[in-house]
Design a protein around this ligand. Structure first.
Ligand code: IPE
Ligand code: IPE
Ligand code: MG
Length: 246
């Protein structure tokens, strides 16, 4: 790991427990360089790997990344195939390194339409990750915030139908217990590089009280300095959760 030695621009005792990233801007990063969009996705996967190492080093407990949305299937088949191919390549090449850094990886989303090869790699990753006790990385793959809530609603309906639950007993805990995010604290900070100021169907339930940080920097350029800036900005925020300032 390439650790920073200079003074930190933020208080290291007040690091967000959970940081989520919309890894956006890969295509534009490549286009600016006259490269195919897939070159941007490849650079984006390296950016992800570095960011995970930096966050783990800072003591962040959870990192959630948006890798492929339920809407990204609308892209040309070649781009979708290239993204899936890069994911396979990344898992094959880098999972051991993550494990050496005690970083666990899991996947949020509907994995059923993915290729058997990719699903097998995901299973192997889950298996290898079990021995890790450090930062948890949640990779959102064929993930949609609405889809996550919809699936939980369906599971609740099924439980009611089969007599395991009564509708009047359904609260936030019961719904959340059936979502990918169960047992994970909500993101304190949600970062979107790439210049767009929207949520694009990411973590709709989880982000109720997250602090948002938007930047024009494209994801493949989003490195240590950018991570530090986002955390420093987060520490200036006054989180009230609907109450009053302390
Ligand atoms: C994000 O980068 C990666 C995925 C959606 C898979 P984009 O591919 O959306 O990059 P831009 O936004 O077109 O630059
Ligand atoms: C969000 O980026 C999805 C991922 C980064 C995986 P998009 O590029 O798909 O979002 P829009 O289309 O700009 O809203
Ligand atoms: Mg985009």
């Amino acid at each position: 790991m390439n650790k920073e030695t200079g003074p930190l621009p933020f208080d290291k005792e007040n690091i967000p427990r959970h940081i989520a990233f919309v890894m956006d801007g890969n295509g534009r990063w490549a286009q600016k360089r006259g490269l195919p969009r897939t070159a941007g996705h490849s650079a984006g996967s390296e950016s992800f790997h570095k960011a995970a190492e930096i966050l783990a080093e800072l003591g962040v407990e959870h990192m959630t990344v948006y890798a492929f949305s339920t809407e990204n299937w609308k892209r040309p088949l070649e781009e979708v195939s290239a993204i899936m191919g890069l994911l396979e390549k990344y898992l094959r090449r880098s999972i051991r390194e993550l494990v050496e850094n005690n970083i666990q990886l899991d996947f949020w989303g509907d994995l059923s339409p993915l290729s058997p090869k990719l699903r097998k790699l995901i299973d192997q990753t889950d298996e290898l990750s079990k021995q890790c006790t450090g930062m948890q990385v949640h990779v959102c793959l064929n993930y949609g915030g609405r889809d996550e809530i919809l699936r939980a609603a369906r599971a609740l309906a099924q439980d009611c139908l089969e007599g395991r639950l009564s509708p009047e007993d359904i609260g936030e805990k019961e719904l959340e217990g059936r979502m990918y995010c169960h047992d994970v604290p909500p993101p304190d900070l949600l970062v979107r590089p790439g210049g767009e100021m929207r949520i694009s169907n990411f973590l709709l339930w989880e982000c109720a009280y997250s602090e948002f940080y938007f930047t024009d920097t494209l994801w493949p350029d989003f490195g240590r300095e950018e991570i530090y800036k986002a955390i420093a900005e987060f520490q200036k925020r006054n989180r009230r959760y609907g109450g009053l300032s302390r």
